[in-house]
Design a protein around this ligand. Structure first.
Ligand SMILES: [Ca+2]
Ligand SMILES: [Ca+2]
Length: 245
């Protein structure tokens, strides 16, 4: 057994449960439809979904952070549930083009978001200006998108505000747009109300279940964080595979 499978297997049960419990706005997938009938584990195995190993960067802080008072915050868990997806998905975002709403970052460059470096260190993150900002990745073609993993910043415990993730067929997000995550509970980013939970950044990042939605572009929004008004990214991974014609 590899070290990765040792890491994944203990939380398999929790991960299967999360397939049914994880609410988001992806509208049209067989996985989400299947998860509403029968048990979550039956649905996941019937759909051929497996826990996907995601290589994590080194943690740089430990313990439960204090003094983070954010509405609708998820309860921190020791280990987050794994992404459940077809076994042949890969990180389609690696080395792909990144565009950002702020084209003059304060620190770093946008292409650091898909360079494969997920470490917490200075020099590993790009920082964009205050307010609502987005970054978007062009996967190069339409794909089945099963999971999106975001690392904003993990040198210290923070919560990023108004995390919204969308997929689309076009770079202007007008065609086949799906919102796969939205934790803007009060619509302060003016992208619509979201029911997902706020979360504390750690080395695990945030794994978003996209349930096989089809799209070419992935856009991630944020609106500052609990430490400052800026918007940071270390890495975004998009787990998926080519659409079967
Ligand atoms: Ca990076
Ligand atoms: Ca908000």
């Amino acid at each position: 057994m590899t070290s990765i499978s040792k890491m994944v297997l203990p939380c398999l049960t929790a991960g299967l449960l999360s397939v049914a419990m994880f609410g988001n706005a992806a509208d049209e997938t067989s996985a989400s439809a299947a998860a509403t009938t029968g048990s979550a584990s039956e649905a996941a195995s019937a759909a051929g979904l497996k826990p996907i190993a995601i290589k994590l960067p080194k943690p740089v802080f430990v313990g439960t952070p204090k003094n983070i008072n954010v509405p609708n915050l998820e309860t921190p868990t020791k280990e987050r549930p794994p992404l459940m997806a077809p076994a042949d998905v890969t990180n389609l975002a690696l080395k792909k083009d990144v565009k950002a709403s702020d084209d003059e970052p304060i620190v770093g460059e946008a292409d650091m978001i898909t360079d494969g470096d997920k470490e917490a260190a200075d020099g590993s993150y790009v920082e964009f200006g205050p307010g609502v900002q987005w970054v978007q990745i062009d996967l190069g073609s339409e794909n089945e998108i099963w999971g999106i993993v975001l690392w904003h910043y993990h040198q210290q415990a923070r919560v990023y505000n108004d995390v919204v993730v969308k997929t689309a067929d076009d770079p202007d997000f007008t065609t086949n747009v799906h919102t796969v995550f939205n934790n803007d509970h009060d619509n302060s980013a003016k992208l619509g109300l979201g029911k997902d939970k706020a979360y504390i950044e750690t080395n695990e990042g945030k794994t978003i279940d996209a349930k096989g939605v089809h799209g070419r572009y992935v856009r991630c929004y944020s609106n500052g964080n609990t430490a400052n008004e800026m918007n940071d990214y270390i890495e975004v991974e998009v787990y998926g595979r080519a659409v079967k014609k």
